[in-house]
Design a protein around this ligand. Structure first.
Ligand code: ADP
Ligand code: MG
Length: 257
């Protein structure tokens, strides 16, 4: 069974891209065939996988706005079991261009349908803004994975996030679900981090992953080498945490089936 998942939080800098790159790479390592779609014009997921979006001819832009088949935009990465569709610099303009297209909310969903059966998991990295790209993403996915940073005001914006998901559920995608909540940049020595974990668990009840992603400098360094952390330092705490998260993710998935 294949599943499409958005890594989503309207707040920037909470670990969306880091989670997208490293969870997908870890799932790939565990033998799961994974596709990553980079819908963020910044393209940090694309560069995190060692691909320079400015040199890619067929990107998510051509798929969404030039009727290119998604199959022709899929790039095999050099990392185990992970394929990617690149972001594009002109993706920022896509927000406006999409507005004039018929059934504009469903463009991505239609594209993904062509390849869904070829993968165990498809991850979509969303931009932090709530524009047509994000709406397309939330319309196309089966579920939403929410990274939350262990910091002061961690829950700020979360009620807005839940409202957005509710709205999409009622209007565009009745089956959308919460996949899980990942606590990122956890610092076990800081009381604040521990408090945030409690607060978030209270708010999201059973949906929070037991695995905590620690603040780990290797996670911040790996993207500048164009590699998921596991291929940069296979023993660091960041690698261990994302492999554990992948394990927990798979266990919960297979429990449901
Ligand atoms: P988002 O996609 O939500 O904007 P990012 O994943 O890009 O967030 O993370 C924001 C910044 O924090 C990046 O510079 C990233 O390298 C860094 N970062 C993310 N997660 C961690 C972590 N667990 N430990 C250390 N640095 C992290
Ligand atoms: Mg990002």
């Amino acid at each position: 069974m294949s599943k499409v998942i958005a890594v989503f939080n309207q707040k920037g800098g909470v670990g969306k891209t880091t989670t997208n790159v490293n969870l997908s790479a870890s799932l790939g390592k565990k033998g799961k065939k994974t596709l990553v779609l980079d819908l963020d014009p910044q393209g940090n997921t694309t560069s995190g996988y060692g691909i320079d979006k400015t040199t890619v001819e067929n990107t998510i832009y051509e798929v969404m706005l030039d009727n290119l088949s998604i199959k022709d935009a899929i790039i095999k990465t050099e990392f185990e079991n992970v394929d990617i569709v690149s972001s594009a610099t002109d993706l920022a303009g896509a927000e406006i261009e999409l507005a004039s297209i018929e059934n504009r909310e469903y463009v991505l969903k239609k594209a993904i349908k062509e390849v869904k059966k070829d993968y165990d998991y498809i991850f979509v990295d969303c931009p932090p803004s709530l524009g047509m790209l994000t709406i397309n993403c939330l319309t196309a996915v089966d579920s939403v994975l929410i990274p939350i940073q262990c910091e002061y005001y961690a829950l700020e914006g979360v009620s807005q996030l839940m409202e957005t998901i509710k709205l999409v559920k009622s209007r565009l995608n009745p089956d959308i679900d919460i996949q899980g909540v990942v606590l990122s940049m956890f610092d076990g020595r800081a009381n604040l981090s521990i408090q945030v974990v409690d607060e978030v668990k209270k708010y999201f009840k059973g949906s929070v992953y037991t695995t905590l992603i620690p603040r780990n400098v290797r996670l911040a360094e790996a993207p500048s080498h164009g590699k998921p952390v596991i291929y940069y330092d296979d023993k660091c705490r960041g690698t261990i945490a994302y492999m554990e998260l992948a394990e927990e993710f798979i266990d919960l998935e297979e429990d449901v089936i």
